[in-house]
Design a protein around this ligand. Structure first.
Ligand code: PLP
Length: 807
């Protein structure tokens, strides 16, 4: 007997309703997967559903492309080394308005929709915020009908998988492509030769680059569909292939390994994503990856332009190229090279054409994150580009002769990619109001003086489709029931919640929605982490890359102090808390890894303490990624955004929490400033030094010692950590860490400790006043409209790209 009677004869279903989603799923199961429904696994069903959903995207995708060609509309090209996409299937069903239908279809086949959704690997082709921003932008550009291509690398291995062993981070390779990836289309016809190394030669009075290595960049296209399927753009990822597949001579001589060498070498280019977030290592392979992406993209862009136009001087009328950080900053010299060497344009004409096409987004003020290549490495890998960079430098110097503020691209035998990107872009943008100001004042003051109109601000945003509609069904249902549909594409409509928030009934519903999410998360933590938490406790969440400037250390030290206070007085009226951490450290970042271990060690002790019991739990699920963010954020009561002021460029995690109704405890840093402005002081737990105060504080070499000596709590906490209370098997494990807080503490953990601790006390008393807390949480949602990436993209379209919607 068949397990599912309705599958008795799937082929009948097909002929009966050829257009229905169900029929299409069954058709793919049979003809694409070659599986009988009888024997289909979760994987088979997921693939069949994915293909059936993908079919629905193809039509709008073709239509969008056709319309762009027909109207000669300007296109945006978003160049990024990272796209932190996450899972695609559910997002696609939501944007196509097919989620309920898909769920019902799977149920009719006896399949659990959630299990199907969670079977999909999380596409982690990025490290954190920068890559996730690129993914949100792709979705918003599709929603707004902005004709666009995303260009990136199809890494075989995305960001490593994290697990904990004895509290320590252990990295394992990630292999999202082990299974077939149903969302992409292979485009072997879109392939370009990418040259490297070699030397320059004089030929007929011209400099000619004779490369000694080449690889082929081959395209893989993933359609990105916008809200309600009105428009779809392409994410084009490049895979590296050898120019010559195989050395047959060597093979015939019996040298089998060597015969396959060219292939192996080429493929390393798109093999792995560098796992460094906010630092760079100056590795030759990374430079090659950056050039590989950029050259392939630019060759593709010129080919597309020349398919309908002839005059390359008109390129800026048709093409806007955005550089996501300096990683693709070689685009300036490479576009000039293609225009000059391949298309015969004079350098003096090529430079302004290139600049009019290019925009540069700066993502960080941390000096260690600004890419600089030794001229030796740069000139070795890209000899022609070394010449062009020097030409650009000379041209810029000449253009501003006599001006006092000149600053060079090549300095101290290094090519400085920030300066190169700045000089070669017609617009340079920061990612929050504060950050854009600091770019002007601290990062590029000389270049800003020369080009006072070039730096503009584009505060980041996140897509409300994924980060509210999709990940928080209880809340988005309540919102639609209250203010109607439409907010998904016009997030400012959430303002309409302000009035209902004044009513008891709405607040009760809002609270109930949050509680559903908290119960769900509690169940997941129980099954996944083996820990029981009380869903009525305050869920306090800090999830992001582990970095000293983000100050997870501040959080865990305060947690220890709080625990100690509970133990001193266990019968006081404590608000129960669950401290939730999530995040990966770069594999080579020893200090960050030590912080991870400390958090896990502290969790082990606190979670097993019968005195604090349910009043305090610390959980740190391993392998934070987009899917985990989607699970944690809707269940959060409190958003931890506690970076040292002046160090977080924007943050986007902070926006996701706000949209999902979690008030922030945070510093005046990045987009926190704008969140505070939107939501109002009374709905935000502000603490800590400002950027100016932090800079002044560092001038005092004794700042850390003084702060510690002034705080009894911090002294006690550091003492406990130093003497091994959380590492009984190795008492001196955290000696170095505590020593660094006392004597270095560049990120001012000690100096902000008391202010943070006091803010946490304010959180507790606010949470105890339930009605007011729920109101505060709901107002965070109601006032979050500004943080939609639709707003950000509209602003780029107007201020940077000069492109209109094609809808
Ligand atoms: C949003 C997001 C980030 C960025 O978080 P910040 O708190 O802004 O650093 C990083 N990783 C993932 C998986 C995200 O979804």
């Amino acid at each position: 007997m068949p397990r599912h009677p309705n599958l008795w004869n799937p082929m009948n279903d097909l002929s009966a309703a050829p257009t229905s989603l169900k029929a299409n799923i069954l058709r793919h199961l049979a003809y694409t997967l070659g599986k009988d429904a009888e024997h289909a696994s979760t994987y088979d069903w997921r693939m069949a559903l994915s293909f059936a959903i993908r079919d629905q995207i193809v039509e709008p995708w073709f239509a969008s492309t056709r319309k762009t060609w027909a109207t000669g509309h300007k296109r945006v090209y978003y160049l990024s080394m990272e796209f932190l996409i996450g899972r695609i299937l559910e997002d696609a069903t939501v944007n196509l308005g097919l989620r309920d239908q898909a769920e019902e279809a799977m149920a009719s086949f006896g399949q659990d929709f959630r299990a199907i959704i969670e079977d999909e690997p999380d596409a982690a082709l990025g490290n954190g915020g920068l890559g996730r921003l690129a993914a949100c932008f792709m979705e918003s550009m599709a929603t707004l009908g902005c004709p666009a291509y995303g260009y990136g690398i199809r890494y075989e291995h995305g960001l490593f998988r994290q697990r904990f062993e004895g509290g320590r981070q252990v990295e394992a390779p990630e292999d999202w492509l082990k299974q077939d990836h149903p969302w992409e289309f292979t485009r072997p016809e879109a392939a370009y030769v990418i040259p490297f190394k070699g030397h320059m030669e004089q030929q007929a009075g011209r400099e000619v680059w004779v490369p000694s290595e080449t690889v082929v960049a081959s395209a893989y296209d993933t359609p990105v569909v916008g809200w309600q399927g009105k428009w779809a753009n392409t994410l084009r990822l490049w895979g590296a292939l050898p120019t010559t597949m195989f050395d047959l001579d060597r093979f015939n001589r019996g040298d089998y390994a060597a015969a396959a060498e060219p292939e192996a070498l080429a493929r390393t280019l798109s093999r792995v994503l560098y796992p460094d977030d906010t630092t760079y290592q100056g590795k030759e392979l990374r430079l090659k990856q950056e050039f590989f992406l950029t050259s392939a993209a630019l060759q593709d862009i010129l080919r597309r332009f020349l398919a309908s136009e002839t005059d390359l001087r008109k390129l800026p009328d048709h093409v806007a190229i955005q550089m996501n950080d300096t990683h693709p900053a070689i685009a300036g010299p490479e576009l000039i090279r293609l225009l000059v060497d391949e298309h015969g344009m004079p350098f003096d004409q090529a430079l302004p054409v290139a600049r009019a096409c290019l925009g540069y987004t700066n993502h960080t003020l941390l000096p260690e994150a600004l890419e600089r290549w030794a001229t030796f490495t740069f000139g070795n890998v890209l000899p022609r580009h070394m010449q062009i960079v020097e030409q650009i430098d000379h041209w810029h110097k000449t253009e501003h002769r006599g001006r006092p503020h000149y600053i060079g691209i090549v300095k101290h035998h290094e090519v400085r990619m920030g300066e190169l990107a700045f000089i070669m872009a017609h617009k340079v943008n920061g990612v929050s109001a504060l950050h854009s100001d600091l770019i002007k004042k601290n990062l590029f003051p000389e270049l800003h003086a020369l080009h006072p109109d070039r730096i503009v601000n584009q505060t980041n945003g996140v897509t409300p489709r994924r980060w509210l509609k999709m990940c928080n069904k209880p809340l988005s249902t309540l919102i639609t029931d209250t203010i109607g549909a439409g907010w998904e594409a016009d997030l400012d409509l959430l303002k309409g919640l302000e009035k209902p928030i004044k009513t008891k009934a709405f607040c009760k519903d809002f609270d109930a929605a949050k509680r559903v999410n908290k119960v769900e998360l509690s169940n997941w933590l129980a099954s996944h982490e083996g820990i029981t938490v009380n869903p009525d406790a305050l869920f306090d969440v800090q999830i992001k890359r582990i970095h000293e400037y983000k100050r997870q250390l501040l959080n865990i030290l305060q947690t220890i102090g709080h625990w100690e206070a509970i133990k001193q007085n266990p019968n006081a009226n404590w608000v129960p808390r669950v401290k939730i951490f999530g995040g990966k450290a770069a594999p080579g970042y020893a200090v960050a890894k030590e912080i991870i271990r400390l958090i896990n060690d502290v969790a082990e002790v606190i979670n097993n303490d019968p005195v604090s019991g349910d009043l305090l739990k610390v959980v740190y699920p391993a392998n934070y990624n987009v899917s985990m963010a989607e699970r944690l954020i809707p269940a959060a009561d409190l958003s931890e955004q506690i970076s040292t002021a002046g160090k977080e460029a924007s943050g986007t995690g902070n926006m996701k929490f706000m949209i999902n109704g979690a008030p922030t405890i945070g510093t005046l840093d990045g987009a926190n400033v704008e969140i505070l402005h939107e939501v109002g002081e009374e709905n935000f737990f502000l603490f800590g030094m400002t950027t100016e105060q932090a800079m002044a504080r560092r001038q005092d070499p004794e700042h850390a010692r003084k702060a510690i000596e002034a705080s009894q709590t911090l002294q006690d906490v550091l003492q406990m950590v130093a003497e091994g209370r959380f590492s009984p098997d190795q008492k001196d494990r955290y000696h170095d860490l505590v020593h660094r807080v006392w004597h270095h503490d560049y990120f001012l953990v000690a100096s902000d400790f008391d202010a943070y601790d006091a803010a946490q006390v304010r959180v507790d008393s606010a949470y105890a006043d339930r009605d007011n807390w729920v109101k505060m949480a709901a107002l965070n949602t109601a006032r979050s409209g500004f943080f939609s990436s639709d707003r950000t993209i509209r602003s780029y379209m107007k201020d940077v790209w000069n492109v209109s919607s094609a809808l």
